[in-house]
Design a protein around this ligand. Structure first.
Ligand code: FE
Ligand code: FE
Ligand code: MG
Length: 165
């Protein structure tokens, strides 16, 4: 990273890189949970659920790209081994072993809530200290809030459809 670019970061850069790598691990696991979930999901409104899961998978991968861009800019190295995703993750991974739409949506809603907490913490940590990382965390947080809302709305629609009106 350029000297001036680094100079304006008013916090411990190694600690910041560590936090970004933890979020990076979360994004890869979220990506895969959505992606593989979209392949195995079964039940009412399956097509709408597949479309949403696939779209969110793409968003999570884009978040991983945003985070790795900042990690490298700060002079860090993104996690190089997938096995380390499990060691670094904040939010974990819920395998879609039960393919029913409700279970898969609930698992992903849980993941989104964890992501919202995580990015909200990252915003608090970087506020007034690193405007560039702050901006990235804010953009991602906005997406995660939309993800949670989309999944909750789908779950409500499915409940209406299957429980009668
Ligand atoms: Fe994400
Ligand atoms: Fe998300
Ligand atoms: Mg969506």
């Amino acid at each position: 990273m350029g000297n001036k670019g680094k100079e304006i970061v008013k916090m411990n850069v190694d600690e910041l890189i560590d936090k970004l790598n933890r979020a990076f691990a979360d994004e890869w696991l979220a990506y895969y949970q959505y992606w593989v979930g979209s392949k195995v999901v079964r039940g009412p409104m399956k097509e709408a659920v597949i479309a949403e899961l696939t779209e969110h998978a793409g968003d999570e991968l884009r978040h991983a790209e945003m985070l790795t861009g900042r990690i490298i800019q700060l002079g860090g190295t993104p996690i190089l081994k997938p096995e380390d995703w499990y060691k670094m993750t904040n939010c974990g991974y819920d395998a879609p072993e039960d393919p029913s739409v409700r279970v898969i949506l609930e698992q992903n809603i849980k993941g989104e809530r964890c992501a919202i907490d995580g990015y909200n913490r990252l915003l608090e940590t970087t506020r007034d200290k690193d405007p560039v990382t702050y901006n990235i965390a804010l953009q991602i947080l906005q997406d995660e809030i939309e993800h949670e809302e989309d999944l909750q709305a789908l779950l409500e629609d499915i409940d209406k459809t299957t429980k009668g009106r």
